[in-house]
Design a binder for this molecule. Structure first.
Ligand SMILES: Cc1cc2nc3c(=O)[nH]c(=O)nc-3n(C[C@H](O)[C@H](O)[C@H](O)COP(=O)(O)OP(=O)(O)OC[C@H]3O[C@@H](n4cnc5c(N)ncnc54)[C@H](O)[C@@H]3O)c2cc1C
Length: 391
């Protein structure tokens, strides 16, 4: 998602771009919902609009959500975010990852300066002066002045550039499925914090919900193996039957969750964006949204660099990109760690404190609005493409 966005944002850069996609991803289809969906912020919507992909996304399938309900299974702490309080029609959209990729590919395929090689994997590179020679797994070789790693959290580009990465497993796996509920989801993103991890119900356009159930690896493995009836029963209980009984489920899949941060986002003639640079817990639905901001920030800097006739790999330009994005990404990562630890604790005073904290934030108008504005991507040092009216 992030690599395609960056390429699409560089259509007018005057540079020749080769986009490598190592895996032939399953294209979007309108019958079945993709198990992988993302909560997309208003800032990301603007970025996707700027690069010309939003029309393709809305023409396929998306689901706006106007409210968020978050509560603690270990007490009565609760917080409710309502888009009406912000004078906005909605907080964001739930969109299938395959919809985002398909719409971006459409843009990229139409661009004269972008060559898309699906099934070609980056393997290694060598530097000779101002150029890199990039070796591909199919024997292909590319000469370039700038190599951008948008290749996810196992980034081979990051490894090849000898950029160290710090991180740890969260000790949780995320189970995902599409489920039907007895009650209407009310265009609301729901999240219940259980001692084993958060359980989210995200509203889909056909009335069903996409769930992300973060829990211990053992429980996740058991839940995946359950027959549908048993799974629906356990899911309903874990969700305190907030939306009534769970009446049907799709197949399920599980993903191990890790926190990871590259020590540097840049090296000589190299830059990292998206999960290649940082991976965080999905509990606040921010991972790819941060990646879109990386792509928009890097594109903005590269376009300025090209305009001033400097080489794209200009070390000052790359350093500016790193300064712009690193602090923001790190602060989001630390917030996710704090959330995870606070809601995982069974220590009674801390449980009391977090319940009081949730309810206090719920009653604190301006502070609450500040949180949600940030989560929607409406505040902070935003790249131009992410700003309202792109001003
Ligand atoms: C269960 C779950 C729910 C989530 N929900 C949300 C959410 O609601 N909102 C949100 O913002 N984020 C969410 N995230 C996080 C989000 O999915 C990631 O942040 C996002 O996928 C990162 O995108 P990316 O393009 O950087 O990397 P990836 O999605 O990992 O894509 C990397 C791409 O690089 C390709 N590639 C890899 N290696 C090579 C190579 N050597 N050569 C060529 N190509 C290569 C891969 O095939 C892939 O297409 C969630 C994550 C999980 C696990």
């Amino acid at each position: 998602m992030v690599g395609n966005t960056l390429a699409a944002a560089l259509v007018d850069s005057g540079s020749r771009i080769v986009l490598l996609e190592g895996a032939a991803s399953v294209p979007w289809n309108d019958h079945d919902y993709d198990l992988r969906v993302s909560a997309i912020t208003r800032a990301s919507e603007r970025i996707l609009q700027s690069v010309g992909a939003w029309q393709g996304i809305s023409g396929r399938r998306l689901s706006p959500f106007s409210d968020m309900q978050v509560w603690d299974a270990g007490g009565d702490g609760h917080i409710h975010f309502d888009s009406a309080d912000m004078g906005e029609p909605y907080l964001g959209h739930i969109i299938e990852n395959s919809v985002i990729v398909d719409a971006l590919r459409e843009v990229v395929r139409e661009a004269d300066n972008i060559e898309c090689r699906v099934g070609s994997r980056f393997e290694s590179y060598q530097q000779a002066g101002d150029y890199l020679t990039v070796m591909l797994d199919d024997g292909g070789v590319i000469e370039c002045s700038l190599l951008i790693g948008a290749d996810g959290r196992e980034s081979a580009v990051r490894d090849a550039a000898a950029i160290a990465v710090q991180g740890h497993a969260y000790g949780q796996h995320a189970l995902v499925a599409t489920v039907s509920t007895m009650l209407d989801h009310q265009q609301t993103a729901w999240q219940r914090f259980l001692p084993s991890g958060p359980l989210a119900f995200l509203p889909l356009a056909d009335g069903r919900c996409s769930i992300v159930w973060s829990t211990t690896p053992d429980q996740a493995a058991e839940l995946v193996e359950l027959d549908d009836d048993n799974f629906c029963e356990q899911l309903g209980a874990a969700f305190a039957h907030k939306l009534g009984d769970i009446t049907a489920t799709s197949k399920r899949a599980c993903y191990p969750l890790v926190q990871q941060h590259a020590q540097s986002y840049i090296a000589d003639h190299v830059a990292l964006v998206g999960d290649a640079a940082h991976a965080i817990h999905p509990l606040a639905g921010q991972g790819v949204n941060l990646g879109f901001l990386d792509a928009a920030a890097l594109a903005e800097i590269l376009l300025q660099t090209a305009q001033s006739k400097r080489p794209l790999s200009d070390p000052r330009a790359l350093a500016r990109y790193q300064r712009w994005r690193k602090g923001d990404n790190l602060s989001m990562m630390w917030s996710m760690t704090a959330f995870k630890q606070l809601f995982g604790t069974q220590i009674a005073p801390l449980r009391l404190l977090r319940n009081m904290g949730l309810s206090a934030v719920n009653g604190a108008g301006p502070f609450k609005q500040g949180i949600i504005r940030h989560a929607m991507g409406l505040s902070g040092d935003l790249p131009r493409m992410a700003r309202s009216g792109n001003g």
